[in-house]
Design a protein around this ligand. Structure first.
Ligand code: HEC
Ligand code: HEC
Ligand code: HEC
Length: 425
């Protein structure tokens, strides 16, 4: 018995030691070069980069003071409020050094060394260079300090125990700056840097496992965003489900203006374009599109066509009549719409996803693409929740999923009902 116990004990201790080492380790990264840079230019570059990272999007409550925190980030484990990152000395990060700030962004640790929850997308931000981190630090020193205490996270047991993040980090977090690929040109590397790092596109466009970690094997392969009830499309290279049949120009149009020949953004993506991407330079947006266009084909699940037969025909016929009555003016009998103002529904991925949630929400609650310099007065989609019942919306969405060459499963009234009450938070 003893002969088994000792090696077993050693094994347990060694494993615990390994987990602690993996979960707590830090990558010091290169030293700061801040001292040698003109402060104003540095802060201006930082303002641009903070836009690219959409730091304000999470660290500001709607209508609140910029960067004063408080917006609750919802996760399947509970909510985590984004803290105050204004330079207030008591309640913000006024006493933080550039090294402290780098440690948060690069290593996911607070000033006191506590482990941060990955609702703060540091698994992406760890790719950001030290120079860019310093520039954002310099910028955040210049925003108005706001006195506002941070609220505590409201997480279920055992997720409320921060130290347990050691295990999560050991499994899923690798600190490290983006390493340029020498075989690719500067544009591609810039795009990869922005998409993987500050843009944190994978935070929404990659499916997550039961512990909330993004699935590295299906990076940018799309999926439901937990808690937000939107389906984020695949950005990988397959035609149909991914961006394989999009031209680079379609992608840059969408990211920069919110509308394109292939569809319009809505929901959380409208927020990303409106608050962040529209402010990026044409060169940076193009670099992202160029990088995305080289992603290999993924394996987006394709929705099966409905079974042929009179039941299906009845639904589609009812849907066609409703379409004629309510939708045809804007989206046209051909389903080609009038891009960029009225998106085409033929071949539109938001219509064809395995999970029809985006199309259902569009019909129930309507929506607007964001107002951008390239599309300052966006045309809106009216809400139909008060006009159409669940059965009717189901028939309508089933119809647009199965007309003009579209092919995807029928939608049930119960699916529609699930999204009647949800609105964007
Ligand atoms: C998706 C939402 C989200 C985005 C985007 C985001 N943050 Fe945060 N951030 C959070 C949350 C949530 C926390 C708190 C994590 C915790 O409590 O463990 C946090 C924590 C931090 C902290 C640690 C503060 C402290 O008091 O410990 C810093 C610094 C920070 N973020 C800076 C940034 C910067 C800079 C950006 C943009 C490059 C950014 N954040 C973008 C959600 C976000
Ligand atoms: C907060 C979550 C979120 C983040 C972050 C995010 N996206 Fe999205 N994105 C979505 C959702 C949801 C959709 C589907 C709804 C829509 O089409 O607007 C989408 C749609 C898209 C589409 C396709 C639109 C279509 O019609 O199929 C592209 C392209 C895209 N995103 C690119 C990006 C890139 C590039 C980034 C990073 C710079 C990014 N997204 C970051 C949530 C997000
Ligand atoms: C007044 C013009 C108008 C009418 C009528 C209209 N739509 Fe729309 N529709 C739009 C606009 C504009 C958008 C883009 C909204 C956005 O990006 O949030 C849109 C978006 C959509 C989308 C999401 C497409 C995407 O690319 O994300 C679907 C699905 C849709 N409409 C279906 C319908 C259906 C079904 C009807 C009839 C019940 C209808 N629309 C009626 C103007 C209209």
């Amino acid at each position: 018995m003893k002969r088994i116990l000792l090696p077993l004990l050693l094994l347990v201790v060694a494993t615990a030691g390994l987990v602690a080492w993996l979960g707590l380790r830090e990558d010091p990264g290169p030293p700061s070069r801040m001292a040698s840079q003109p402060p104003t230019a540095l802060a201006m570059r930082g303002a641009y980069l903070a836009r690219a990272g959409n730091c304000m999007g999470c660290h500001t409550v709607r209508g609140g003071e910029p960067y004063a925190g408080g917006r609750a980030i919802r996760t399947p484990f509970g909510t985590i409020p984004a803290p105050n990152i204004t330079p207030d000395r008591e309640t913000g990060i006024g006493t933080w050094s550039a090294d402290d700030f780098w440690r948060a962004l690069h290593n996911g640790k607070g000033k006191d060394g506590r482990l941060l929850y990955p609702a703060f997308p540091y698994p992406n931000y760890t790719r950001v260079t030290r120079d860019d981190s310093d520039a954002m630090y310099a910028y955040l020193r210049t925003v108005t300090p706001v006195r506002q205490e941070d609220a505590a996270p409201a997480l279920r047991f055992p997720f409320n125990l921060r130290p347990l993040l050691v295990g999560w980090r050991a499994l899923y977090f690798r600190p490290g700056e983006y390493q340029p690929e020498p075989a690719r040109n500067a544009e591609w590397n810039r795009g990869a840097y922005l998409v993987q790092g500050l843009g944190h596109c994978s935070a929404c466009h990659t499916a997550r496992n039961a512990l909330g970690a993004t699935d590295q094997k299906a990076d940018l392969g799309g999926g439901m965003i937990p808690m937000l009830n939107w389906y984020a499309s695949a950005l990988t290279g397959e035609a149909g489900g991914g961006l394989g049949d999009w031209e680079t120009q379609h992608i840059t149009d969408l990211l920069k203006t919110g509308v394109s020949a292939r569809g319009a953004v809505s929901g959380p993506m409208a927020e990303v374009v409106g608050a962040s991407l529209q402010y990026l330079s044409d060169a940076d947006v193009r670099a992202m599109a160029v990088y995305l266009k080289t992603l290999p084909q993924g394996e987006t699940a394709v929705s099966p066509p409905p079974p042929p037969g009179p039941a299906t025909e009845r639904v589609l016929k009812a849907g066609a009549a409703l379409y004629e009555q309510h939708c045809v003016n804007c989206h046209k009998a051909s389903g080609a719409g009038e891009p960029p103002h009225f998106p085409a529904l033929a071949g539109n991925r938001s219509v064809l996803h395995v999970e029809p949630v985006n199309a259902i929400r569009a019909v129930l609650h309507g929506g607007y693409p964001p107002s951008t310099a390239g599309n300052p007065r966006p045309y809106g989609m009216p809400p139909y929740a008060a006009v159409l019942n669940d059965q009717e919306v189901a028939a309508l969405v089933s119809f647009i999923r199965n007309n003009w060459g579209n092919q995807a499963s029928l939608v049930g009234a119960d699916q529609v009902n699930r999204y009647r009450a949800v609105t964007l938070d």
